[in-house]
Design a protein around this ligand. Structure first.
Ligand code: ADP
Length: 245
């Protein structure tokens, strides 16, 4: 009847299409097969948790999706971009325009305030939010002029999230974002990630080895031994505030 109904009838086109991805780290005598044939589609605006044990290849996959690394074989498309081509300039442009990263360690510049850390990114982005807007989005409106050393780990991670999303990326890739945090603080950080996903419509991938976190996702990709073992869709997303571990 309405456009909306018509749209929901047709499956959306994936944002990412990965096919047959392999990644081999060859270090002379030692050869590690980090990815052994990964097929994965990620859809616009979804929140995907990539769950698996340490060493199963999750970061390797995320780095390829984010244009930080290229696969040994296989293809990855992001819309019209082929992320398989080893072209530094094109990859840099892809990352700069489309991808926000959040890592386990916040990588803030200690001598700059929260606002200044975020401004480093907004100054080089096209149509970014203001640092103030980004910091308000992550619940740090009152802490903009604080230095990293004056903030808790969870607050520093929220600054890192503000920095990642201030350029309004289509994609937010989070590698163990709560790995260095206690559960209570981790939940606050996950809540911010879920809010960014919902409010900005950013396609979001969260890597974790913590199975509890899977409940906040639209879909859970179970990873093991360099492969997608299975994919499950949650009937509903559990609010991060309800997660306990
Ligand atoms: P996860 O994120 O699930 O912990 P990773 O993707 O980090 O897994 O690693 C998968 C495998 O690839 C591991 O055996 C790891 O030691 C290896 N690996 C990852 N990065 C490198 C690298 N730069 N050089 C050599 N081996 C690597």
């Amino acid at each position: 009847m309405t456009d909306r109904n018509e749209q929901s009838a047709a499956p959306p086109r994936p944002v990412f299409e990965a096919r047959g991805l392999t990644k081999v780290y060859d270090m002379g005598e030692v050869r590690v097969e980090a990815l052994r044939g990964v097929d994965l589609d990620l859809y616009p605006g979804e929140l995907v948790v990539l769950l698996g044990p340490s060493g199963s290849g999750k970061s390797t996959l995320l780095n390829i999706l984010g244009g930080l690394d290229v696969p040994t074989a296989g293809t990855v498309r992001y819309g019209e971009h082929d992320l398989t081509i080893d072209d530094d300039a094109a990859m840099t442009q892809y990352r700069r325009e489309h991808v926000g990263f959040v890592f386990q360690f916040y990588n803030l510049i200690p001598s700059l305030t929260a606002r200044e850390n975020v401004a480093l990114v907004t100054e080089i982005a096209d149509k970014p939010m203001s640092p103030e807007e980004a910091l308000t989005l992550v619940g740090l409106a009152q802490r903009m002029d604080h230095f990293p050393s004056q903030m808790s780990g969870g607050e520093q991670q929220r600054v890192a999230i503000a920095r990642a999303v201030a350029k309004r990326p289509q994609v937010l890739l989070c590698d163990e974002p709560t790995g260095a945090l206690d559960a209570q603080t981790g939940v606050l950080v996950l809540d911010v990630i879920a809010r960014v996903n919902r409010d900005l419509g950013t396609t979001t991938v969260v890597i974790t080895h913590n199975a509890v976190i899977a409940a906040m996702a639209d879909r859970v990709v179970y990873f093991g031994d360099g492969r997608v073992q299975r994919i499950e869709r949650n009937a509903e997303r559990r609010p991060a505030a309800e997660l306990q571990w």
